[in-house]
Design a protein around this ligand. Structure first.
Ligand code: FCB
Length: 840
């Protein structure tokens, strides 16, 4: 952990002479806490797959002849017109807080098809709205609803675009939800009738049919965690829904085949599952515990659907989990034979991997019933604005795996894309991050094909910015920007870039290098800091140097986007990340938060100007910098001690957000964790273990986090009718924790448990207990707070309260972005969770 401190100190040093640091350099310096140590054992490896014929001839960047390029959309997310022509309500109509007009594609489809044609798309995957075809979910089809798809297909045929129709992309008719929804078996039979009715009308023009889109999401987010429609929260319902979706798939494949459908498949979201260490080293061997954790999540997320569909059986380890959550009665004899229909094509949607590790005390949550003892980890990679880690190589990993396990199956990447914050400028939408996201995934896909994966096509998610389910319109996945006030469509740079990929059936041989600050500096012969000062508009650079830098910037194409943006939007696109002096013991967390925030804001197209607030003079300079509008907004962290910087910054009128609740009440919004709630959970845990003489080793009480943790501890004791027993540590070091503990343990009777305000203090407590010959936990239970790496490495391992570092950073970046857009924002307090280990 010491190295994190060193990392931060390195940054701090660089900041002393007011240097603006290119984020890339900062990343290298500041590595967030790594995840727990070495792992043994094994999990499936990526075996060598023979290089298929024909592909040998491909250049390093081209794709096989006939490779299918296109985009995917879904009905609810773009159509709008939710009550036109007899459409019935769907479970999604009122679920998202945003209105359901979406992109009004129902009326604007000719324009959208023209756009696709102009962009050279060969394929279009869309979904049919069940509630348009059967307003009540079943019965007599609504001809007017089918007419829409009829018109759409004609339009596509006119444009020479091949349609791929998905029958279910999550928008169940409300009438069927009212009759029990997916947990009811009837829904599967209604679905097969619906599939037949759609085929009856459209089958002459649709060659490829996909039954379901991502049944895992529909079942486990819709019926398990309830974050998706219909919003039910029951593990049993989630498993039943999943099974009935599988049954619906099998029955509808039968119906489609007997009606003469040419090709039938399904679309699954398949996420490679791995431990944090495997993200950079897929073949890394695992401990038995981690291998089991990985296998269990793989069974829940992927094999729950792959194996019934393609092998006619549920994964063996899944059945006891299903049984524990509502029983197995809904899986009837013969169901699996129906489900396992031969398929022509499997659609694979890939966005991000699932990263997990074994963690004995971890409870399961509603999204992942049966995941007890497994921790879902955040990893220190770049993320999209959605917060999804960007790991392109996982795409080749997963395509390789499916091709190996199901060698006869054709695959298609039916969704892949990214949400980034786009900036509309007078000269276009320069979404460079989306371009590199797609490009890197295409390179990974190219590698998979070269290694023998049978991938027939790639569809970007998605054509238009749209209604992203529960997240509404804030997410921007489109190649084409949509202004939802006017419905105006504007292709982003990524759309034109993708058009060129399609034209040449591949990428360019060499990755076009995005010019960096480094390139500009090298060209001009000045330091990066000087270039940075120029592009951030600082006045301390001589006119000659400024002119030379700007010349290089223009020649290299480094700034034009930025300059254009700032001209049009009056924005600099720079954000000041202001670090107050890292408090002792807090630097590791701060370093991690800084790293994530930087990555997220960069992902949103912002340049980060790192500034150190350590002296009165530096405070003055920072305020002046913000006042001069050299940045659009400020992230300040951590404002633990009472100071006035936050207030002074907010008086400049620039959006400011804080990490942690400020010491002085303020209107500036902040992101914090529920320190009081976490402390009270920790104390209640000790009470539940039968401890009654609970002491607290408390840090300096001018730290707001310490105050809040103390308050939570007191409140829990008070509810139990007990009085607090405190020892104050001078600072947050282990040594201070040990000396405070010695004082506590000298009392008579001495405590049978200690809650320490931080892990470092708690480690000091463990040390004092050892010296005094007290056994932990039998004589003395010890609980800390923060869950730093060292907490799991103590003997015995420390029970603690986990502070969700990556979530804090994500919330902080989102808060700032939404403030920049003028959004109404209030402070965010994230839950902290107890992690029970051996020390209690
Ligand atoms: C997939 C969905 C699609 C969209 C993308 C971002 O899971 O199939 O509708 O929400 O994620």
């Amino acid at each position: 952990m010491a190295d994190h401190g060193v990392g931060l100190a390195g940054v701090v040093d660089e900041c002393r002479d007011d240097v603006t640091i290119e984020p890339v350099q900062f990343h290298a310096l500041c590595i967030p806490p790594g995840q727990a140590g070495a792992r043994r054992g094994a999990r499936g490896r990526l075996g060598a797959v023979p290089i298929s014929e024909g592909i040998r001839k491909m250049s390093t960047a081209s794709f096989p002849e006939g490779f299918v390029w296109g985009v995917s959309t879904s009905a609810f997310q773009i159509e709008g017109a939710t009550s036109s022509d007899g459409r019935g309500p769907s479970i999604w109509d009122g679920f998202s807080a945003d209105r359901a007009e979406a992109c009004d594609h129902y009326h604007r489809y000719p324009e959208d098809v023209r756009l696709m044609k102009d962009l050279g798309m060969a394929a279009y995957r869309f979904s049919v709205s069940w509630a348009r075809v059967f307003p009540d979910g079943h019965g007599k089809p609504n001809a007017a609803g089918l007419d829409f798809y009829d018109r759409l297909l004609d339009e596509l045929a006119g444009a020479g675009i091949t349609p791929y129709a998905t029958l279910y992309h999550w928008d169940l008719p409300q009438a069927l939800e009212d009759r029990g929804g997916w947990p009811s078996r009837d829904t599967a039979h209604h679905f097969a009738d619906y599939a037949a009715a759609v085929h009856d009308r459209l089958g002459d023009r649709v060659d490829t049919w996909f039954t379901l889109n991502e049944p895992w999401v529909a079942a486990f987010l819709g019926y398990g965690s309830g974050v998706h429609a219909p919003g039910r929260k029951s593990a049993g319902d989630a498993f039943r829904s999943a099974h009935h979706m599988l049954l619906a798939h099998g029955l509808s494949v039968q119906a489609l085949r007997s009606a003469g459908a040419a090709k039938v498949g399904a679309v699954l979201n398949i996420s490679p599952v791995m431990t944090p260490a495997q993200v950079s080293d897929f073949d890394r061997p695992l401990s038995e515990e981690d291998a089991e954790a990985v296998a269990r999540i793989d069974a829940l997320a992927n094999r729950q659907f792959l194996e019934p569909m393609l092998r006619g059986a549920y994964p063996a380890e899944l059945l006891p989990l299903i049984e524990r959550h509502g029983g197995l009665d809904h899986i009837q004899d013969g169901d699996l034979d129906v489900i396992a229909q031969p398929l022509d094509l499997l659609g694979v949607n890939y966005y991000t991997p699932l990263v997990v590790q074994a963690q004995p005390s971890e409870p399961a949550d509603l999204t992942w019933p049966g995941s007890e003892g497994i921790l879902f980890c955040t990893i220190p990679t770049a993320v999209t604005a959605m917060g999804w880690p960007i790991v392109p190589n996982c795409l080749s990993l997963l395509l390789g795996r499916i091709s190996r396990e199901y060698p006869d199956l054709d695959l298609m990447v039916t969704e892949n894309g990214a949400d980034f914050v786009d900036v509309v400028t007078g000269d276009g939408i320069h979404d460079v991050d989306r371009i590199s996201f797609v490009e890197e995934h295409l390179r990974a896909l190219r590698t998979a094909i070269e290694n023998g994966a049978r991938v027939r096509g790639y569809l970007v998610w998605t054509l238009l910015d749209n209604l992203e389910w529960a997240d509404g319109y804030q997410r921007k996945f489109g190649l084409v920007h949509v202004d939802f006030a006017t419905q105006r469509r504007r292709p982003k740079d990524s759309a034109f870039w993708y058009r060129d990929v399609i034209r040449r059936n591949g990428l360019t041989e060499t990755r076009p290098k995005r010019p960096t600050l480094e390139t500009v500096a090298a060209r001009t012969g000045v330091s990066r800091a000087t270039v940075s000062r120029v592009v951030n508009g600082e006045s301390s650079v001589s006119p000659e140097v400024r002119a030379a830098v700007m010349r290089a910037v223009n020649e290299l194409g480094y700034v034009p986007n930025l300059a254009a943006r700032s001209l049009v939007t009056r924005r600099t696109n720079a954000i000041a990340l202001v670090l107050s002096v890292p408090r002792q013991g807090g630097d590791t967390l701060t370093a991690a938060v800084v790293q994530y925030v930087t990555s997220l804001l960069e992902g949103a197209g912002k340049q980060i100007t790192l500034m150190l607030a350590d002296t009165a003079e530096s405070h003055r300079r920072i305020v002046a910098h913000v006042e001069a509008r050299l940045v659009d907004g400020v992230v300040l962290l951590p404002p633990d001690r009472a100071d006035t910087l936050a207030e002074r910054l907010s008086r400049t009128g620039a959006p400011v957000v804080l990490l942690g609740k400020p010491a002085i009440a303020s209107l500036v919004p902040y992101v914090d964790v529920d320190n009081a709630g976490g402390a009270s959970a920790a104390t209640e845990h000790l009470l539940s273990r039968g401890r009654r003489r609970i002491g607290m080793v408390c840090g300096p009480t001018d730290l707001v986090t310490v105050q809040d943790r103390l308050a939570g501890h007191r409140a829990a004791l008070q509810r139990a009718g007990l009085r607090p027993h405190l020892a104050l540590a001078d600072d947050l070091s282990r040594a201070s924790g040990a000396s405070a503990a010695r004082r506590l343990l000298a009392d008579d009777p001495s405590p049978d448990a200690v809650f320490a305000a931080t892990d470092q203090l708690a480690i000091g407590v463990l040390q004092a207990a050892r010296e005094l010959g007290k056994r932990v936990p039998s004589d003395l239970a010890v609980v800390g707070f923060d869950d730093v790496d060292a907490a799991s490495a103590t003997t015995p391992a420390l029970t603690t309260v986990r502070v969700p570092v990556a979530d804090q950073a994500l919330a902080l970046a989102r808060l700032l972005l939404s403030r920049l857009e003028g959004g109404h924002t209030t402070s965010v307090v994230l839950p902290a969770r107890l992690v029970i280990r051996e020390s209690s």
